[in-house]
Ligand binder design. Structure first.
Ligand code: HAM
Length: 418
């Protein structure tokens, strides 16, 4: 037997309603904020992620699914959604269109990570991106969208953590301070950190090696280096969130694992997601569109991991609607009545009812058992006498009450019992 690749998962029919619940809430919440769905390819030119996400990040440096296609071009399965949306925006000339541009997506992403609970190689994200506004209102509205989404799912124990990582101007001073701080410890730090030291010392703060973590804890904090504009922006975002009644904690240790961020960064975390506590992450990234060739366009967005959300929904015992039951199971007892059941099911479906009938030549008893497993609301039995009479014997599975209902009245009868 050929097994599923490591770090990937099947979603089986018995569980898919949970995914659809999350997806429906995502769509509905995003559309309520004026976001429209965007769909971009699952693979892009490798360079897009190298330039967009950043060469010094773990995602680009270690985790990409990159390969040469048959034409010898280097392509990469998207490790995240932001860079692809930015490329689509630029390539389709949307800069000249309605602003702000607001798009959301629900799609898979690929990272060659060490799999564990909540960390997969193929995972799924709900993401949202807003372009064209540098205003703190845009940051606050994006965070509100994320907050509404999580609350609409019924999650109660998810916490919002917020930070500002400044703009390139104030960050230069901070990077300098970080280098001064880390320099004496550099010999004891991992090889990755040694190379990050020169290229991007902020990445050192994100290092997962225990030997490095002991130094990062005492490192200078970006919040102490913010320039006046960045500080005012951060204060305004916090003020808007507080006025909107959103609880948050300022966490100066959030740097995010991708290079494009500037100013506001945020993460929604849950203890219920185990070691992989971040269910949703995002922030402002005013430099990315310009860096990819567009005219400079401010941007802010986030993405949530669907698998992690499902773990948290389960851990929080949140209510997930069950799969819609079959409205009517039509049971035939002999060949002519089976044909009638088959055709009648088709009539009922045209009226919008969910119906099933026998496909396995089962006995009446076995058909009832199956209908019960399906959670069918009604079972309509058709035998010789019912055929003669032009009416089915209809059993309401909730209270076992049974009535004769004319074939032509059956749809309305079931609809009337909703
Ligand atoms: P990210 O923090 O890399 O950000 O990922 C966002 C979310 O995707 C995480 O919080 C987590 O829930 C989920 N996730 C990431 N990696 C995995 C994995 N290996 N297995 C399962 N879930 C995972 C981004 O991707 C940015 N593009 C977000 C963004 C959009 N920023 C601005 N706009």
């Amino acid at each position: 037997m050929i097994n599923i690749p490591k770090g990937t998962k099947d979603v089986l029919p018995a569980n898919v309603h949970k995914w659809q619940f999350v997806e429906d809430i995502a769509r509905c919440t995003a559309e309520g904020f004026g976001f429209a769905e965007i769909r971009t390819p699952v693979f892009e030119h490798t360079e897009l992620f190298q330039r967009g996400v950043g060469e010094t990040t773990d995602v680009v440096g270690k985790e990409m699914y990159t390969f040469l296609d048959k034409g010898g071009r280097s392509v990469t399965l998207r490790p995240e959604g932001t860079a692809g949306v930015a490329r689509a925006f630029i390539e389709n000339g949307l800069q000249g269109g309605v602003m702000p541009f607001k798009a959301y997506y629900l799609y898979s992403a690929y990272r060659y990570e060490r799999p564990q609970a909540g960390r997969l190689r193929e995972f799924h994200q709900f993401g949202a991106e807003l372009y064209g506004s540098a205003s703190p209102y845009a940051d606050a509205e994006t965070i509100l969208l994320a907050d509404h989404f999580l609350k609409n799912l019924g999650l109660k124990k998810v916490k919002l953590n917020l930070n500002s990582i400044g703009c390139p101007a104030c960050r230069a001073n901070y990077q300098q301070a970080l280098r001064e701080y880390f320099r004496p410890y550099l010999d004891e730090m991992c090889e990755d950190c040694k190379s990050r030291f020169g290229k991007n010392p902020m990445r050192m703060l994100d290092c997962k090696e225990e030997g490095c973590k002991k130094y990062t804890a005492g490192a200078p904090r970006m919040l102490d280096f913010l320039c006046e504009d960045c500080r005012a922006h951060f204060e305004a975002v916090k003020d808007l969130l507080a006025r909107a009644g959103v609880d948050y904690t300022v966490d100066p240790s959030i740097v995010r694992g991708l290079d494009y961020y500037s100013r506001t960064v945020f993460e929604f975390t849950s203890d219920a997601a185990g070691a992989q506590g971040t269910v949703l992450g995002g922030g402002r990234y005013d430099g990315l569109l310009g860096q990819l060739g567009a005219k400079p366009t401010p941007a802010v967005g986030f993405a949530a991991g669907i698998e992690r959300l499902l773990m948290v929904l389960e851990a929080e015992n949140a209510e997930v609607p069950e799969r819609e039951p079959v409205d009517c199971y039509l049971a035939g007892m002999d060949e002519p009545s089976r044909v009638k059941a088959f055709l009648l099911a088709e009539e009922l479906r045209k009226e919008g009812l969910a119906c099933e009938t026998d496909l396995l030549d089962r006995s009446l008893k076995a058909q009832f058992k199956y209908a019960d497993k399906l959670g069918a609301r009604f079972v309509a039995v058709i035998g010789e006498s019912e055929l003669e009479e032009g009416a089915a014997q209809v059993k309401n599975m909730a209270d076992s009450a049974s009535e004769r209902v004319k074939f032509e009245d059956l749809a309305q009868y079931i609809i009337g019992k909703e």
